[in-house]
Structures are given as C-alpha cells and as structure tokens.
Design a protein around this ligand. Sequence first.
Ligand SMILES: NC(=O)c1ccc[n+]([C@@H]2O[C@H](COP(=O)([O-])OP(=O)(O)OC[C@H]3O[C@@H](n4cnc5c(N)ncnc54)[C@H](O)[C@@H]3O)[C@@H](O)[C@H]2O)c1
Length: 226
Amino acid sequence: MTVGQPMIRVAVAGAAGRMGATVCQAVDEAPGMVLTGRADPALETTLADVLGEAEVVVDFTTPSTAQANALECLAAGVHVVIGTTGFDPEPLRAAAAQSEGNVLIAPNFAIGAVLMMRFAAEAARHFPKAEIIELHHDRKLDAPSGTAARTAELMRPEMAGDIPIHSVRLPGLVAHQEVLFGGEGETLTIRHDSLSRESFMPGVLVAIRAVPTLPEPVVIGLEHVL
Ligand SMILES: NC(=O)c1ccc[n+]([C@@H]2O[C@H](COP(=O)([O-])OP(=O)(O)OC[C@H]3O[C@@H](n4cnc5c(N)ncnc54)[C@H](O)[C@@H]3O)[C@@H](O)[C@H]2O)c1
C-alpha cells in the first residue's frame, strides 16, 4: 500500500457465522483495509446499522437472506462481495445497473477450487461423461453446493448429456469436491479440499480490493479478478 492511500472500509454481514467471523479477523489483519461493522442478528446489529460506514460489504449469510442484503447494499451505493451460495443472483443485475455499487459473487474463494473448476472445464472437452461429488460439513444449508453447480455450468458447453452431482454432508468435513471423468478404458479425477476456512481468505481479500473497479457491475467467479 502506498503511504497516504485511503483504507478500504469493510463491513461483514453474517459476522457471527463460521465464515463471517473468519472474514472479520482476516480484514482486521489485512493491510489497506479497516473493519467498520459486524452485522448479524446474533450480534443484534442489522445491515442498515453498518451500511453508513462501509464502502464494501462482504456477505456470508444464508441462501434466504443474501439477495435482500445485496439489494440493500446496492440501494445505498455500497459494493458487495457475496460468498453466500444457493440464492438467485439475477435480480442484482438490474439493481447494480442503477447503483454506484458493484457486485462480485464467488461460489468459492479458494484458489485451488478456482483452478479445479478451470481444469474440469478443460477436461470436459476430452471426456464423454463426468459426475461431480461434493462433500461438506453437515450444517451446510444448500445442496448441491454453489461450487458444484458452477463447475457443472462451466463444463456443460463441452459435454453432451447430464452431469450428475452427488452431495455428501458429514461432520468433520469442511468443503471438498471431486470431478470424475470416464472415457474408453480410463478415468480422470480432479479433487480439491478446503481443510480450513482460512483457505478462503486470500480470495476474499482479493475480491474486496477488486470490487470497486469491476469491468461489469455484476461479476460471477473469482477467476475474473485474479
Ligand atoms: N464462497 C465461498 O468460498 C464459501 C465458503 C464457505 C461457505 N460459503 C457459504 O457461506 C454461507 C455462510 O456459511 P457459514 O458456514 O458461515 O454459515 P453460518 O450459519 O455459520 O453463518 C451465517 C450467519 O449469518 C447470519 N445471518 C442470518 N441472516 C442474516 C442477515 N439478514 N444479515 C446478517 N447476518 C445474517 C446468521 O446469524 C449466522 O451467524 C453459506 O451460504 C455457505 O455455503 C461460501
């Protein structure tokens, strides 16, 4: 950071959650940004309470709240980085077009997971069939995972037929995915494991820095800002 450059003011929605609390700590420790608010019903603080101080909101909440939160940020002209999965992002396009705020949505902020998706899209050009197994901790609310849905979306233009997704939910897991390809007498497996929530933090910090200057008002996928 250049001396005298203003700090990016960041608030976190879902700040008491597993991901939100990890993001608060990462922002607190990152150069060039300052944590200005923690919104979460568990902390008795609403998003509206923290919007006034924030330039960027990071949302790790629930599939049923992420869209409304993002619309609230855009109405206030605040940028939003969304890690929450399992919600419909479509209404955000019209709202972002009318707002000073941009939206960056990433179903997975782990660098290895972004590479897994890219390699899977590449392999899809060469194999006739594939299936995805995604494995997560048993308190995850949505299935299939946003990462699995996005991986299949990236592979689909290259593959005829369905790409089945299998969801495993077990205590002890964090976030894992295998993409299995089958061809004539051979298989290929691409696997990624997030072993802790810290794996997502470098990507979240990249997203916070990138969201004010996105090429489009709404961007989906961390790969566009790496
Ligand atoms: N993109 C990624 O890389 C990535 C990685 C891990 C998890 N996730 C996703 O992040 C989301 C959160 O996961 P988690 O494990 O931290 O969940 P969690 O249940 O631990 O935390 C969610 C928090 O959101 C709070 N909340 C609910 N409604 C709210 C609202 N309207 N405003 C503010 N806060 C609100 C809850 O009180 C809770 O503390 C999930 O959708 C999960 O799939 C994404």
